[in-house]
Ligand binder design. Sequence first.
Ligand code: ADP
Length: 283
Amino acid sequence: NNNMDSNSDYIPIDRLSLGNQIGEGEFASVYEGSYTKPNREVIKVAIKTLRSEQVEMNKTAFLSEAHIMLRLNHHCIVKLLGLCKGQTLFMVQELMPLGSLLHYLYEHQEKINPNYEFKIWAGQIACGMNYLEEQRFVHRDLAARNILLATQHQAKISDFGLSRALNAGHEYYMALQGGKWPLKWYAPESYNYGNFHHKSDVWSFGVTIWEMYSFGSSPYGEMKGSEAINLIEAGGRLEQPEACPDNIYKVMGQCWQYKPENRPSFKNLLDIFCGDSEYMNIR
Ligand code: ADP
C-alpha cells in the first residue's frame, strides 16, 4: 500500500533521541525518547522496535501493525506518529507514561476507586472499540495487557499486531494452528472455528473488564487454555470478582453469551458506560 511509504509517515532519524527502555513485549522492545516535530516542538514519545532476533521473522507483522495504526485517529487509541528507518525500523508512538493497565491494576490498587476509575476506563475502551468497529477493524487481542494509560484517567487501546480489516462484512478467518493464541480471551467461535468479528472482540472486552475488577488477576487462574474452553462449553463463566457490582457482572455475562448475536455491540457498551444510562447509575 502506498500510504505506508508516503514520506509524511516517515520521521527523519535526526529528529529522534532514544532514552531508556520502558517495555518489552513478545516481539518488540519499547524505549522512551523525544521527537522534535517539524514546528520544533519537542515531545516525549515511545519508540518501538523489533528485537533483533525477531526482525526477519516478524517484519511483515510489524509493518502490518504500523499500517493499521497509521489509519487510526482517536483519543482512546494509542497514536502512531510515524515510522523511522534507522538500523532497523522504529515505530514512533505517543508516550503512555503510566504503562499497561494490567501492570497498573496490581501495582497501584490503593490509588483506584472501582466505582470511578473502572467505569472511566471501561467507557474509554468501549469508545475506542466502537471507533475501531466503525473503521471495520477487528482487534483480536483485546486484553488488559494491551490497554495503556496516558494518565490515571485516560486509557487507550494498543497492540494492533493481530488486528485485521474486515472485507465486505465477512468474518475474518484465521487458521488456529501453531502460534500462541490468547485462548482465555477468545470467544467460542474464535477458539472453535478461528472466526473473528466485532462480536468476538466484545467477548474479549468482557474478559478485559473482568481483569480490571479483579485488579489484574489472570482469568481462569491456573487452568490451561483447553480447560478454560471446556468450562465455557459446559456453560461455566468467569466468577464475579469481589469488587464487581451486580450490574457490571451482568454486562460481563452479556458479553459472554455463547451466540455472538446475543452479545451487546460496542455502541451498546459505550452507552452503558458513558451514556446517561440510569441503569448503570454511573454519573
Ligand atoms: P509486543 O507487541 O511485542 O507485545 P507491546 O506493544 O505490548 O509489545 O509493548 C510492550 C510493553 O511496552 C507494553 O506492555 C508497555 O509496557 C510498553 N509500551 C508499549 N507501547 C507503549 C507506549 N506507546 N507508551 C508507553 N509504553 C509502551
